[in-house]
Design a protein around this ligand. Structure first.
Ligand code: PEP
Ligand code: MN
Length: 270
C-alpha cells in the first residue's frame, strides 16, 4: 500500500468539487435517491423532495448490474440525461454507477461523482480508466472483498493520478440470511486507521431492509463514517429494482432529522 496509506499521508483527505468541500471534513456527505432512474417524473419528484430536506447529492442508477440478465437493466444514456435534468433544476450533484470502460466519456460528461459498484471493485481496467479522470470516484467494497483488496482497488485509481477516492462500505457476504448482506461496522474505524480517504456507508444494500436503514445509519455515524448513501423512491413497492430496501422521501426526511442528533454527538454536522 502506498498512495492510500495513512502512514504516507497522515491528515484526512478532503475531497472538493469546484473548490467546495464535499466529503472528508466535519460535514457528513448525504447522498440519496432511487436505486434506478425510471422516468423523468420519478427522478424529478424524488430530487425535489430530497433537495427540500437539505440533500446535496442525488444518486440514481442508469446502467444497472443486475443478477439476472432479464431484469431491468436501467435506462442507460437516457437515464444519465434525466439525471442531468434533475441537476439543472435542483443544483444537486449527481452520483451514478459506471459498469463499462466503453462509457467513460458519457460519465465524464453527465456525472459529478462516478460510482464503481461492488461487482466491479476489482475490474482493474475500469479502475485504471477512472483513475485518469479528475472526478471523485465512489468505490464500493466488493461483495466478498477483504479490506486489503478494497484498499488495493483504491490504489489502482490513485496510481493513475486521481486522488479523489471515496470508499463505501455496503455490507459483505456472510452466512447470515436475515439481512441481504452484513454491514461490516468494524470496517469503518479499521479502514479509517489504515487510510486517509473518506469512508461512507450504504445501509440500503447492506441490510436490504427498510426497517434497518435508521439504526445502521446511526451506528455508522457513531463509529466515524464520513457520509451515507441511502436509496429513496417515491413509490418503492413499484420500483423496478431493489424495492424491499427503498424508503419514501417522507421517511427519509424523518430519519435525516434524527441523524442530525447523532452527528452532533460525535462532533459532526449534516
Ligand atoms: C447500487 O448502488 O444500486 C448498487 C448496485 O450497489 P452495490 O454495488 O453496492 O450492490
Ligand atoms: Mn440498488
Amino acid at each position: 500500500m502506498n498512495l492510500v496509506s495513512r502512514e504516507n499521508h497522515p491528515e484526512n483527505t478532503i475531497i472538493k468539487i469546484d473548490n467546495k468541500e464535499i466529503v472528508g471534513g466535519k460535514k457528513l456527505m448525504m447522498i440519496a435517491g432511487p436505486c434506478s432512474v425510471e422516468s423523468e417524473e420519478q427522478i424529478l419528484t424524488i430530487a425535489r423532495e430530497l433537495k427540500e430536506c437539505g440533500v446535496e447529492f442525488l444518486r440514481g442508477g442508469a446502467f444497472k448490474p443486475r443478477t439476472s440478465p432479464y431484469a431491468f437493466q436501467g435506462l442507460q444514456e437516457e437515464g444519465l440525461k434525466l439525471l442531468q435534468k434533475a441537476r439543472e433544476e435542483t443544483g444537486m450533484k449527481i452520483v451514478s454507477e459506471i459498469t463499462s470502460t466503453d462509457d467513460i466519456e458519457l460519465f465524464d460528461k453527465y456525472v459529478d461523482i462516478i460510482q464503481i459498484g461492488s461487482r466491479n471493485m476489482q475490474n482493474f481496467d475500469l479502475l485504471r480508466k477512472v483513475g485518469k479522470l479528475n472526478k471523485p470516484i465512489l468505490l464500493k467494497r466488493g461483495l466478498s472483498a477483504t479490506i486489503e483488496e478494497w484498499l488495493m482497488a483504491a490504489e489502482y485509481i490513485m496510481c493513475e493520478g486521481n486522488p479523489n477516492v471515496i470508499l463505501c462500505e455496503r455490507g459483505i457476504r456472510t452466512y447470515e440470511t436475515a439481512t441481504r448482506n452484513t454491514l461490516d461496522i468494524s470496517a469503518i474505524p479499521v479502514v479509517k486507521s489504515l487510510t486517509h480517504l473518506p469512508v461512507i456507508v450504504d445501509p440500503s444494500h447492506a441490510a436490504g431492509r427498510k426497517d434497518l436503514i435508521e439504526p445502521l445509519s446511526r451506528a455508522a455515524i457513531a463509529v466515524g463514517c464520513d457520509g451515507l448513501i441511502i436509496e429513496v423512491h417515491n413509490n418503492p413497492e413499484k420500483a423496478l429494482s431493489d424495492n424491499d430496501q427503498q424508503i419514501k422521501p417522507k421517511t427519509y426526511k424523518k430519519i435525516y432529522n434524527n441523524l442530525k442528533k447523532v452527528a452532533n454527538a460525535v462532533d459532526r454536522n449534516m
